[in-house]
Design a binder for this molecule. Sequence first.
Ligand code: TXA
Ligand code: MG
Length: 349
Amino acid sequence: MLKISEARPNKRIISKAAHIIRYGGTVIFPTETVYGLGANAFDESAVLKIFKAKSRPKDNPLIVHIADVGWLSRVVEEIPERFEPIFESVWPGPITFVMRKSKSIPDCVTAGLNKVSVRIPSNRIALSLIKASGVPIAAPSANMATRPSPTKAQHIMEEMKGKVDMILDGGQSAYGIESTIVDITSKVPTVLRPGPFTIDELRKILGNVHYQKQNRSTGKPTAPGMKYKHYSPSKPLFLVEKSSMKKIIDFCVKEKIGVVAICSKETSMEINYKNAIILGSESDMYQIARNLFDSFRKLDISDAEVGLIQSFEENGVGAAVMNRINKATGFSKVDETDSFLSLFTKRRK
Ligand code: TXA
Ligand code: MG
């Protein structure tokens, strides 16, 4: 693991990492969303190392990262003309587009689908690495399957140490949640995963956009990977309405259940409880997003038995935040002490 600065990525480190990618190895690198676990997207045996390192099911496709819009023709069958100006305006950035796949991309990258997802990251370390490698880099988030995506090098050391050839530590991820994914092969572009690039921003540039919120009752996954348990801490975590937080905490204290509250600065002031992990202020949902996955890992290493996370408004990036919270809590929302106790007892067994 090597430290590298985003302001001025060290050329020797980048060229070492690029060498590993070109020769079929794996490198964990920072992006502006979360850390990625990368390999040469054209090299099937290198890509298989990603699945192995993460214990990722083979039916879950990977995102291909490129350095420049000019590289698109190397990974997609056909560049959809009407989207060219859009690519130029949003990339590099936290948005991924799903397009028809080129034959040069091995089937294992797309899990046998005829579509490939592509993104140009804006993090300068990521961009320098892709450029220096000279090949597109397939990279999922650099966590073990089902765990929260890593947003700090320390998260990677917790579970990926010894499983890859190199780790680049570029500090904390700027957004802290994964990119927005939009399928543009259908007539109306469809959001498969909400992310830092918001639905409102998308509608401004794309016009009509489909977005079907994933919920417990339909449960229908929007992207292949969304069917899996995801982003989860190991300890039980429950979603709680802000107004019920105090009541459930008081109950836990009375019953001697060790509990941590994951909440905004504003909520923490209201509940006035010492065992709180503060995500940031509700006036800056990007800050809440940035600290979200770190809070799940903090819950796991705390002494508490259970976490309660508050609910947020689903405006702007709040939609992506709530998508991750819903998946992490398995859509289990509790607002009464009875329902909390019965769900918690079930999880405890
Ligand atoms: O921000 C990000 O997107 C990060 C960084 C590293 O770029 N990457 C990331 O990759 O989050 P991953 O593999 O953890 O999540 C990719 C999601 C999965 O749910 C996968 O099923 C979906 O994208 N996906 C990938 N290729 C797809 C395709 N061809 N069609 C539909 N969904 C696809
Ligand atoms: Mg992931």
